[in-house]
Design a protein around this ligand. Sequence first.
Ligand SMILES: [Zn+2]
Ligand SMILES: [Zn+2]
Length: 186
Amino acid sequence: MESILIVPISPFDEQLTDQLPLRLIPILKRSVTVDRGGAMDPSFAFDTARNQFNSTKILAHLLTNYGEVPDRKILGLTVADLFIPVLTFVFGEAQLSGQAAVVSTYRLDESIYGLPEDSGLLLERSVKEAVHEIGHTFGLYHCHDFECVMHSSTVAEEIDLKRTDFCPRCVQMLDQVLPGRESRQR
Ligand SMILES: [Zn+2]
Ligand SMILES: [Zn+2]
């Protein structure tokens, strides 16, 4: 059975990071732990022209540094603002059927939209985006069910429409990628 390792990336929200495993375990039905080896420095992925961090470079770095355990998924978690070159920003990125995923909580936070801080809402959105990106590493594509956690969200309000867990169809697909059956998926 695969496990999930959360790797904090500077700067990161310590309280939120500590709250995530207890929320993710019942949804993903796999062990979830936080790496305590010190936060990763993402300066290598910083784009000075955009003042953001390249999430694809972060994924590659996570894989190089934490990818040695084959059955372990790696979830980078950061407050740093992420982008991929074709988009103005991303909430996260993941390797489809791969090992690495990353989530930024920067744009999940109401305060960046000039609204009052809401740590409860920030946690709910973070759970959903973490489950979503990890879902991609298990081979799940975007889902048409707008309440399913695998539905694609382009703005934070759309995340609020989703549940924190998978629709029955996605659950079924997730169950099919248990160890021993994984080779059939690729
Ligand atoms: Zn997605
Ligand atoms: Zn679904």
